[in-house]
Design a protein around this ligand. Structure first.
Ligand SMILES: NC(=O)c1ccc[n+]([C@@H]2O[C@H](COP(=O)([O-])OP(=O)(O)OC[C@H]3O[C@@H](n4cnc5c(N)ncnc54)[C@H](O)[C@@H]3O)[C@@H](O)[C@H]2O)c1
Length: 363
């Protein structure tokens, strides 16, 4: 099968895992990379043997490139996705899809008009951990899901990320940063969400960077950094989600789903593997369940690989625009609910993505 030619825009912190994954893939060929800071693109090209270092415009004009992988910061996702789609290229962005619903809607609309593929991270839900949980739920082992909890609390990114400012600007914050992992997993485990209510706050309006090279620099916080949300799923299940950059320590579980016949403890949705545990009314004790699927190790970029294979085999891809847009709708609506002091009925929905084959993408 002919490999799909890929161009990567944004050669920062997260890009190395994508370069590695898409270099090794049997279905993708990275032919070019670009960054607003050209030296960063040059460095990655040297490290990973990428033939061309381009400006963003040059990359988007290269006729051979079929998929643009957009690894820029959230505020740039929309502009790059739109120009890339208008240049006739399928596009996959790091999360979030965009910084608001209006932008996200346009991205999905243009992709549809142009009959191109559009997708977004996270793709961790395609890994062995979440896929094993999806199979357990689909097999009816915990019965019908009735409730879920998802907790992702910590103290932010200024202690380790070299350029952490974007995490505290529009498009950042713990919900837009970590919410996509948790919400994408919940949607694929339980189904789409019908309505939401949220409460948000900013505990520390100014933060100080302690990582290098910007140690001592202040960041003015523009977005809520502690969000508690309630989700009403279309199937009637009720979820509680807390994301925070304001908490020093916590013993909360990551994700639990409670069903009519038992409960499941879901592993970290920001990873591909992890431990799956179930409790059933029959066994009456927690048991570790062996993972049933492939991809338990770092596989970021698997969503791009799935998109590339979907292009060649003319099928739907899993980390797709409709799913990412529904996640974006949930996140913005939680903020909106808090601002307006009322419950928000969502206008979007999506389908659960088709489960992965146990033996891997190509089976
Ligand atoms: N760092 C992580 O651990 C991590 C993990 C998962 C996902 N992400 C997501 O990946 C994305 C990138 O994060 P990062 O940590 O790599 O950020 P980063 O700041 O390290 O890298 C982003 C790169 O994009 C470039 N860039 C920004 N705007 C651009 C534009 N308009 N045109 C071309 N290049 C542009 C920057 O120069 C920079 O090199 C974010 O959406 C983030 O949420 C990051």
């Amino acid at each position: 099968m002919e490999k799909v030619k890929v161009g990567i825009i944004g050669c920062g912190n997260i890009s190395s895992v994508y370069f590695k994954k898409l270099k090794e893939s049997e279905i993708t060929d990275i032919v070019a990379c670009a960054d607003i800071i050209k030296e960063r693109a040059q460095k990655k090209a040297e490290e990973f043997g990428i033939p061309k270092v381009y400006s963003v415009d040059e990359l988007l004009s290269d006729k051979e490139i079929e998929i643009v992988v957009n690894l820029t910061i959230p505020i740039s996702h929309y502009e790059i996705a739109i120009t890339s789609l208008k240049s006739g290229k399928s596009t996959y962005s790091e999360k979030p899809l965009a910084i608001n619903k209006k932008q996200g809607k346009e991205i999905v609309k243009i992709a549809k008009q142009k009959k191109l593929y559009v997708g977004s991270a996270p793709d961790t839900f395609l890994g062995a951990g979440i896929q094993t949980c999806i199979k357990i739920i689909n097999d009816g082992i915990i019965g019908e899901p009735i409730s879920a909890t998802a907790f992702c609390v910590g103290h932010g990114h200024e202690s380790w990320h070299p350029d952490p400012e974007f995490y505290y600007k529009i498009g950042g914050g713990p919900l837009f940063d970590m919410g996509p992992y948790y919400l994408t997993a919940l949607i694929n485990l339980i189904g789409p969400v019908k309505s939401v209510m949220g409460f948000t706050k900013i505990t520390f309006p100014e933060r100080t960077i302690t990582s290098q090279p910007k140690s001592g620099t202040k960041i003015i916080v523009e977005v809520p950094t502690h969000i508690t949300g309630l989700l009403e799923f279309e199937n009637g299940a009720i979820g509680t989600v807390i994301t925070s950059f304001d908490v020093w320590a916590s013993n909360l579980p990551l994700i639990e789903i409670h069903g009519t016949k038992g409960s499941i403890s879901v592993p970290d949705p920001n990873g591909f593997g992890g431990e799956v545990k179930i409790f059933t009314e029959k066994e009456k004790k927690w048991q570790v369940v062996p993972l049933t699927h492939k991809y338990a190790e770092q596989n970021r970029g698997l969503g791009v690989e799935d998109m590339a294979y979907a292009i060649r085999t003319n099928r739907k891809h899993r980390a797709n625009g409709n799913l990412a847009f529904h996640v974006l709708d949930i996140m913005e609506s939680l903020h909106e609910s808090s601002d307006k002091g009322k419950r928000i009925i969502l206008k979007s929905t999506c389908e659960k993505s088709k489960p992965m084959p146990e033996e891997g993408l190509y089976e």
